[in-house]
Design a protein around this ligand. Structure first.
Ligand SMILES: NCc1[nH]cc(CCC(=O)O)c1CC(=O)O
Length: 310
């Protein structure tokens, strides 16, 4: 048993939201089990990010995904933490210099969930109903499937969004099933979207672990908890996003699956108002994951043309 005075084996950095804490504690448990140490040997350091402080405006307006990761990445540079645990979906496509996405936990269900007290599915919502979502992708996909529905922007953590459905502020919302399951809120789900009809966000359901590229010790500690199938899938998805210069102002969806040594990717771009969408797919070996993702992204960039990404 480690003495309480002994330094931690490794320090995990995380945001303080309930979902982020779940992910950090899951990483802590897996590391402790893999290395045969008590949980207390692995420190969890909670760091407040700008994204946690600004809750009243859509992320796409205030500067995007980086707001959730910047302070954690600074703590990595400063040596205050050894690894940062993120929702893969919230990570910038290009990581800052010297930092790498080293490991992934096994991916949770990637599907989007429909949450509503007035209808069972999006298709059954009455005309003019109001769907609240913080996600440009979900808003655009809702508009694509139901142009007669009004989409309004809501932010805040998962509990806040669920409350807005409960109080009737919005008729429905859409959330990742992964987050709801991890928070023990899967019973709030009204129905699930088929990923073929409603393609998830790149990285959805995956927990990604970032560390310093030159930190061989931490990388070795992480190796036994890495889930290669998940890491390969998100490699393809993130390469797809990267080739599209995925700013969070453009609705982009992408989902890869890995079977044996084969990877299969589907990707989609859609205008915010749902009026135009382009979709593509690629298949190849797992060694080609990054290349086929980038190739799919370039194809859609070309097909969308400059005004799609204006
Ligand atoms: N942007 C917030 C965010 N980041 C990750 C998840 C859910 C869990 C996941 O996809 O891993 C959520 C909430 C949501 O989209 O419903």
């Amino acid at each position: 048993m480690a003495q309480s005075s002994s330094p931690p084996l490794v320090r995990i950095g995380t945001r303080g939201s309930p979902l982020a804490l779940w992910q950090a504690h899951e990483t802590q448990k897996r590391l402790a089990a893999a290395h045969g140490v008590p949980l207390e040997a692995i420190a969890v350091v909670v760091i407040k990010t700008t994204g946690d402080i600004i809750q009243d405006r859509p992320l796409s307006e205030v500067g995007g995904k980086g707001l959730f990761t910047k302070e954690l990445e600074q703590a990595l540079y400063d040596g205050a933490i050894d690894l940062a645990v993120h929702s893969c979906k919230d990570m910038e496509t290009a990581l800052p210099p010297g930092l790498v996405l080293t490991a992934c936990l096994p991916r949770e269900d990637v599907r989007d969930a429909f949450i509503c007290k007035k209808a069972t599915t999006l298709a059954e919502l009455p005309a003019g109903a109001v769907v609240g979502t913080a996600s440009l992708r979900r808003g655009a996909m809702v508009k694509r499937l139901r142009p007669d529905i009004e989409v309004v922007s809501i932010r805040g953590n998962v509990d806040t969004r669920l409350r807005k459905v409960d109080t009737g502020e919005v008729d429905a919302t859409l959330l990742a099933l992964a987050g709801l399951k991890r928070l023990g809120l899967a019973d709030k789900v009204t129905s699930l979207f088929d990923p073929a009809q409603f393609l998830p966000a790149v990285g959805q359901g995956a927990v990604a672990i970032e560390c310093r590229e030159d930190d061989a010790r931490t990388r070795e500690l992480l190796a036994p908890i890495d889930h290669p199938v998940t890491r390969i899938a998100i490699t393809a998805e993130r390469a797809f996003l990267g080739a599209l210069d995925g700013s969070c102002r453009t609705p982009i969806a992408g989902h890869a699956t890995v079977t044996g040594d084969r990877v299969s990717l589907r990707g989609l771009i859609v205008k915010t108002d749902g009026s135009v969408a382009h979709e593509t797919g690629r298949e190849g070996t797992v060694a080609e994951a990054a290349a086929l993702g980038a190739d799919a992204g370039r194809e859609l960039k070309e097909r969308g043309g400059p005004d799609f990404f204006a």
